[in-house]
Design a protein around this ligand. Structure first.
Ligand code: NOJ
Length: 541
């Protein structure tokens, strides 16, 4: 297929910049307060001009929307809130016309309880084929659930049905886990993969890719409460204790998942020169386990989530970046980098404005793929919300103890000076704070120093100078005696990248022309360069 501009000899996804769109929050074309597929299609030129290679769409399938669409009731149809299948097709066609690939989510760990399979299971008796698509078990003799696992959204991971059996749900009770030992489950997912590939998409983001296979369901975990805290990104915990707990998760990262992805890889490869790719959402420990998902006969990429929680601190960043590059290299894969997504606090809120600009330029220069969460290019922080606005099941299930992920999902401000800034002609599903006025696309377009224009420059310079799998060579790092809060500098091809993590300007003696600077003004004396505090600079040889 050569409808994609700029075909390179390496597969398109190897060093792609992938823009994640949360459909509900992108652009509302019909005034119902929620973003939709035609809204995305009408703004794809904006995405193309940003300079990305592909879009990844979070779920837009039929869903009661108990977990932002990750509770899928029909994976082969579009929820009417987002449009219909013709709208999906139109989106894919328009994206391809603009040279953008399209990745969609697939959610194989669970269905919604509204899926016809689960409804049939509820109406069937214990031991039936219908129940065997999920994990239904009898209660323990004392009436308790089959084990003591805690849901990732809080509360027990078992819910009892009328006849006394329990079903397993690692997430919300409206998200029953599928039983992957039943071959019908894989057959149905292969039908879904083909359905979207035949509609023209280019790849999949696999939700909870490490969770499909369960073992020893009847064994209790020795410390379910500790494990549940270790799994939460918003809970601080001693790193050693956390890692020890994370290695004991009984329901993640079982060997059987790899058999599934080997089968799927054959299916992807059967699409030949389409270069279909898949990226795993898999939080696994120890980190070396991540490499198993990207062996040559499995998936193409695995998310590296280290930077979603990383402090703006050079020793930490140096370690996680090196580790990711080195581990991936053992299986001939390239890393992925993400600073924000729909499940975590936005990077600007987490580490600050100047820091997040600096870090973005730093990771855009690294080898591998970079994922950008829509709104990150505007420097958006988490939206300020009242508890009454929140919809996240983790907020609801924890009775408010966990604030949840809604802050990162507030819709995008597009234009004008009054909320909701052109996102919708109606009332947005989450309020957009008036303080976002200066961050709207319209206002950033006309500000040469805006985050938006910085991202545009960075991505066009990346495409020009920084792809091609070139290795990086560290010039300044904790290993080279730079102070922990000092400088991180590497060279890749003809570009030297310097990140100054400190609150003071730092002088460097690097020849060449500055082609990009994340913030501030570059001062030069005696041929040296004074790098502003909290900034990253790209220097061309
Ligand atoms: C990961 C998704 O990114 C998240 O939004 C969702 O809640 C869980 N998986 C469950 O599907």
């Amino acid at each position: 297929m050569n409808y994609i501009r700029g075909m390179k000899s390496a597969p398109w996804w190897k060093e792609a910049v992938i823009y994640q769109i949360y459909p509900r929050s992108f652009y509302d074309s019909n005034g119902d307060g929620e973003g939709d597929l035609p809204g995305i299609t009408s703004h794809l030129e904006y995405v193309q001009k940003l300079g990305v290679d592909a879009i990844w769409l979070s779920p837009f399938y039929t869903s009661p929307n108990k977990d932002g669409g990750y509770d899928v009731a029909n994976p082969r149809d579009v929820d009417p809130r987002f449009g219909n299948l013709a709208d999906a097709k139109a989106l894919i066609v328009r994206a391809h016309e603009l040279g953008l690939r399209v990745i969609v989510d697939i959610v194989p760990n669970h269905f919604s309880d509204q899926h016809e399979w689960f409804q049939a299971a509820l109406k069937s008796s214990r031991g039936s084929d219908e129940r065997n698509c999920f994990h239904f078990y009898d209660a323990k003799p004392d009436g308790r659930p089959p084990n003591n696992w805690i849901s990732l959204f809080g509360g027990p991971s078992w819910t009892q049905v009328e006849d006394g059996q329990f079903y397993l749900h690692l997430f919300d009770s409206s998200q029953p886990d599928l039983n992957w030992e039943n071959p019908e489950v894989n057959a149905d997912f292969e039908t879904t993969l083909r359905f979207w590939l035949d509609l023209g998409i280019d790849g999949f983001r696999i939700d909870v890719a490490h969770g499909l296979v369960k073992e020893n369901i009847h064994a209790d975990h020795p410390d379910p409460a500790g494990l549940s805290l270790a799994l939460r990104l918003d809970v601080e915990m001693d790193t050693q204790i956390r890692h020890a707990l994370l290695e004991t998760v009984p329901y993640f990262d079982r060997q059987g998942v790899h058999e599934i992805y080997r089968k799927w890889r054959k299916l992807f490869d059967s699409y030949g020169d389409r270069d279909v790719m898949a990226v795993a959402e898999a939080w696994v420990h120890p980190p070396v386990n991540a490499t198993r998902y990207v062996r040559a006969d499995e998936l193409h990429q695995i998310f590296n989530f280290d930077l979603l929680t990383a402090p703006f601190e050079s020793a930490f960043l140096f370690d996680v970046i090196n580790r990711s590059i080195e581990l991936n290299a053992t299986v001939n894969a390239l890393p992925t980098w993400a600073l924000s997504n729909h499940d975590s606090p936005r990077v600007a809120s987490r580490i600050g404005d100047a820091e997040s600009r600096a870090l973005a330029l730093f990771v855009f220069a690294l080898p591998g793929s970079a994922y950008v969460f829509a709104g990150q290019e505007l420097g958006l922080p988490d939206g300020p919300l009242q508890d009454s606005d929140r919809e996240d099941p983790s907020f609801i299930r924890s009775q408010g103890a966990i604030k949840g992920r809604d802050g990162a999902r507030v819709p995008l401000p597009w234009s004008g000076d009054t909320t909701p800034f052109g996102f919708s002609s109606g009332k947005p599903w989450l309020p957009i704070d008036q303080s976002w006025q200066s961050m709207s696309v319209g206002n950033q377009n006309i500000d040469a120093k805006s985050v938006l224009n910085l991202y545009r420059s960075a991505l066009s310079l990346r495409a020009l100078h920084l792809t091609g799998e070139g290795e990086i060579t560290w010039l300044q790092s904790p290993l080279h005696g730079a102070k922990p809060d000092g400088l991180l500098t590497f060279k890749r091809g003809e570009i030297t990248v310097v990140m100054n993590l400190s609150q003071q300007p730092h002088e460097v003696d690097i020849a060449g022309q500055v082609i990009l600077l994340s913030a501030g003004v570059l001062d030069g004396r005696n041929g040296k360069k004074l790098i502003p505090a909290c900034s990253t600079v790209w220097i061309h040889d």
